[in-house]
Design a protein around this ligand. Structure first.
Ligand code: GLA
Length: 424
């Protein structure tokens, strides 16, 4: 290999996607609203993107997930109207051009993209009885959640719209955690039925139910009460001299939607073959018998991932909650990240070259643990790194990407942030 690329690569500094201070985010959305709609909004609401610490592709299998909310948020300035019109604008869509619709055209089959994650939520809130009818409204959106990065920019948009409409319509269903579960369900419905993405509830739950300084243990076993379905787990990496580094690979998610739907269908078919409601009902002790009862190798590997991943979440949480604290268990926490990544790469087959290089390079550069996060096929990886080494680890990843001819990645540092709420 010639030496030239190395010289060029060494010069490339990591790019950091920083979160806006909330007052700035709110002001941006408010200014866009004023510019496009010529009056003041009723208010501004926001909701965070998320990283999932561990528990991947488990939500739609009735399993466990452990997300934290990012400080990166989507800001929505919104007003309700008293006719049947819906006017929407986003700094991230069509250069802010105004989209116009009507309340009777927001349901399944009518919308795609940005209007589906905003108008579709209004339809779903009425469908689920959170609101008495589909509201007419105007909204302006601006966001610092990186788009298409597996950090749930879509769920941060839909959940910000949900709290905004709930509040602006005077319902305040989201004032309680049980009410927020209803908002989660409506946002999932909008994503599944209107936007056409068959995702589980991880992203929307993270955006609506997380708490600052905490990770959120989510249990998707069907039939649980709101209280049983979530627990806030203290997550203070800084106190242990560690930091969470997010590596956004910028890899294109080619065919990610079709692959996601396929994984989900395989799991549902395997559950049916095994005679269980969801794969959550396959216990670690029963795993060998379950694998023996499945007809093909692909299904066996998918099931093995789900069952072992749920076990990894349980262990991760036990370590976080142990009286000795996180610092005493950093190595094992890191090992669980690595085991999760291997399982997603080899058994679930949702990783890609960029994610694998990001993980391997971070580990070689001193990360305690690293794994892909989110749905996969591109998107982001996360690494637990000793505090103060994030710049060096990021540089190593930039170099490794450039050597392979991948697009330049970008990076985020993060601390566990708060849920969707009113800003101003
Ligand atoms: C995407 C989906 C989530 C979840 C993850 C994988 O983010 O939206 O519902 O399934 O992938 O854990």
């Amino acid at each position: 290999m010639s030496e030239q690329p190395v010289t060029r690569v060494d010069a490339a500094e990591p790019q950091w996607a920083t979160a806006w201070p909330p007052a700035e985010g709110a002001e941006r959305a408010r200014t866009l609203f004023r510019d496009q709609l010529d009056h003041e909004p009723d208010g501004v609401w926001s909701a965070p993107g998320r990283v999932n610490l561990i528990g991947e592709h488990t939500d739609y299998n009735g399993g466990l997930c452990l997300p934290t909310a990012l400080p990166h948020r989507t800001y929505v300035a919104l007003s309700v109207r008293d006719d049947d019109r819906v006017l929407l604008t986003s700094a991230q869509a069509d250069g802010g051009a105004l989209w116009e619709g009507r309340t009777d055209r927001l349901g399944p089959g009518d919308l795609q993209g940005f209007p589906a994650y905003t108008g579709g939520v209004a339809w779903a809130l009425a469908h689920d009885g959170v609101l008495p009818a589909v509201p007419a409204f105007e909204a302006a959106v601006d966001a610092c959640v990186p788009f298409g990065s597996g950090l749930s920019s879509s769920a941060s948009l839909s959940t910000a719209v949900a709290v905004a409409l709930d509040d602006a319509a005077g319902e305040s269903v989201g004032a309680s955690d049980a009410g927020r579960v209803r908002l989660v369900e409506a946002c999932v419905r909008a994503e599944n039925d209107v936007a056409g993405a068959p995702t589980g509830g991880l992203d929307q739950s993270a955006a609506l139910r997380s708490a600052e300084g905490h990770a959120l243990l989510l249990d998707f076993r069907p039939g649980l009460s709101a209280e049983e379905s979530a627990r806030r787990v203290p997550f203070d990496l800084a106190a242990a001299g560690l930091e969470l580094l997010v590596i956004d690979t910028r890899a294109p998610h080619e065919n990610a939607d079709g692959q996601y739907a396929q994984r989900r269908a395989t799991c549902e078919a395997a559950a049916a073959t095994l005679g269980v409601a969801t794969l959550r009902d396959v216990t670690p002790d029963g795993l060998d018998a379950a694998l023996a009862a499945l007809p093909d190798d692909v299904a066996r590997r998918r099931v093995r991932h789900v069952v072992t991943e749920v076990q990894r979440v349980e262990r991760f949480v036990a370590l976080l909650e142990s009286p000795e604290g996180l610092a005493a268990h950093a190595d094992e926490l890191g090992a669980l990240f690595v085991a999760s990544h291997r399982s997603l790469r080899d058994d679930y087959e949702v990783s890609c070259a960029e994610l694998d290089v990001a993980v391997d390079t971070a580990l070689a550069a001193g990360a305690v643990g690293a794994r892909m996060t989110g749905g996969g096929f591109g998107g982001s990886a996360i690494a637990i790194v000793p505090a103060g080494t994030e710049q060096d680890v990021a540089r190593a990843v930039v170099r490794a990407f450039a050597e392979r001819g991948f697009a330049a990645p970008q990076f985020l540092t993060t601390e566990p942030s708060g849920p969707a709420h009113r800003e101003s």
